[in-house]
Write a protein that binds this ligand. Structure first.
Ligand code: ZN
Length: 242
């Protein structure tokens, strides 16, 4: 999972959906636990209870006081300032302690890209190919764009191609020496036109990824954001998933 952004309602829906689908060995998160949404502390505290591997996102870094706010847009900046005021010292320290990279077996987790974990967006197959060349492991798992996408490196013609990940259908990822770069989309603020929470289930033994979408009570989150005085544009975009 990635880009939860303080949206506890969406995070709870994802965890419930995962538990319905069977035992989960570990939860892997590509960062941005907080920022934008109304429940930063609650999201951190829920994740702390899980067997979690998580890397630092740009919003986490800013909320923890590790990153200047100058590079964020106005609404993001307002939400981060609000988040900084809300975060308990324990939760701030938890965010500040998150690593930029984390590797497990064939997989490296990073928020943006291996070149620039904080700010770089992998938004094209060409960029995915370059990013793979900087990875120490076979495969990469990223977040940051809030758009679910699977890039597959095809060694026969040395290019990366986008591969479909139809919801609920396992996709084989490690055939014939192929490498992948995968973004599961955003739990708490999807930007691919589908407002449902986005996540994926990775089976490292079978080498499959299954992408899932989960509906959650968007309106309840919007009401909470408005009541707390968070920017209205951030609440409104949740309806559309943009
Ligand atoms: Zn994000």
């Amino acid at each position: 999972m990635s880009d939860i952004h303080g949206n506890l309602t969406a995070l709870k829906a994802v965890i419930a959906d995962l538990r319905d689908k069977g035992p989960v060995d570990e939860y892997w998160c590509m960062g941005d636990i907080v920022g934008y949404g109304p429940a930063p502390n609650e999201c951190v505290e829920l994740l702390k209870q899980l067997d979690l591997r998580c890397v630092l996102g740009n919003h986490d870094a800013a909320a923890a006081g590790l990153l200047d706010l100058a590079d964020f847009n106005l609404a993001a900046k307002d939400a981060i300032k609000w988040t900084m005021d809300q975060l308990s010292e324990d939760n701030r320290q938890f965010l500040a302690s998150l690593p930029m990279h984390c590797s497990e077996g064939d997989y490296t987790l990073v928020h943006g890209s291996p070149l620039d974990p904080t700010w770089d967006y992998i938004s094209s197959a060409a960029k995915a190919k370059t990013s793979l060349s900087y990875l120490q492991t076979l495969h990469g798992l990223v977040g940051h764009t809030h758009v679910p996408v699977l890039y597959v490196y095809v060694p026969e013609n040395k290019t990366c191609v986008v591969s479909a990940t139809p919801a609920g259908q396992p996709v084989q990822i490690a055939r014939q020496g192929r490498r992948i770069l995968f973004n599961p989309g955003s739990v708490g603020q999807p930007r691919d036109g589908d407002p449902r929470a986005s996540y994926a289930l990775l089976d490292v033994t079978a080498s499959t990824i299954t992408h899932h979408r989960v509906p959650y009570d968007v309106e309840a989150v919007q009401r909470a954001m408005r009541a707390l005085g968070l920017p209205t544009s951030l609440a409104e975009r949740l309806s559309h998933g943009w």
